[in-house]
Design a protein around this ligand. Structure first.
Ligand code: HEC
Length: 144
């Protein structure tokens, strides 16, 4: 009897942990898509020279997301569908640096866009792009 209870408990707890990992992954996916959306809009404005008046809103949106991104990689969220690589949890200090680089770059584009000086927006956008790529190169599975 006791051992059956132990098995049931293990299953319940195991299932619960899995469900949380999936929920965390789903949340991260939504956040990352939003990051991607803001990036597309920023790039479209700068390349296509349209809706410049909205640049600061997208840049501010990116800076807001930078408050969220450090919290979307909890341990156990590297579920099956996820493209997050184990290195995230195996090299937490290095990963933290990649996150911080992004946070700094996102705040940088917000400040530059608020000021409206094109000579600052270009380099800020470049740093931001490098922060995405730097992290994806090391911590995200390559798309086939
Ligand atoms: C600190 C690391 C890191 C940074 C910085 C980062 N990403 Fe990601 N990104 C990831 C990881 C890891 C995934 C895969 C997440 C998963 O599948 O669980 C991802 C996924 C994505 C996705 C796919 C979302 C989906 O549909 O599943 C997009 C789009 C994306 N990132 C865009 C960006 C852009 C644009 C930037 C920069 C403005 C950026 N990311 C910065 C780590 C990062």
């Amino acid at each position: 009897m006791k051992s059956i209870l132990a098995v049931v408990l293990t299953l319940l707890i195991g299932h619960h942990a899995l469900a949380d990992g999936n929920a965390e992954y789903k949340y991260r996916e939504g956040v990352m898509r939003t990051v991607g959306g803001q990036m597309s809009s920023l790039a479209a404005i700068l390349r296509g020279r349209v809706h410049f008046e909205n640049l600061k809103f997208h840049a501010r949106g990116m800076a807001d997301l930078a408050e969220i991104v450090p919290h979307v990689f909890p341990e156990g969220s590297g579920v099956h569908q996820s493209e997050a690589l184990p290195a995230i949890w195996e090299q937490p200090d290095e990963f933290k640096m990649a996150v911080e680089k992004f946070v700094k770059a996102a705040k940088g584009i917000a400040t530059a866009a608020e000021g409206g000086d094109m000579s600052e927006i270009g380099p800020a956008m470049k740093s931001l792009g490098q922060a995405c790529k730097g992290c994806h190169d090391n911590y995200r599975e390559e798309d086939d």
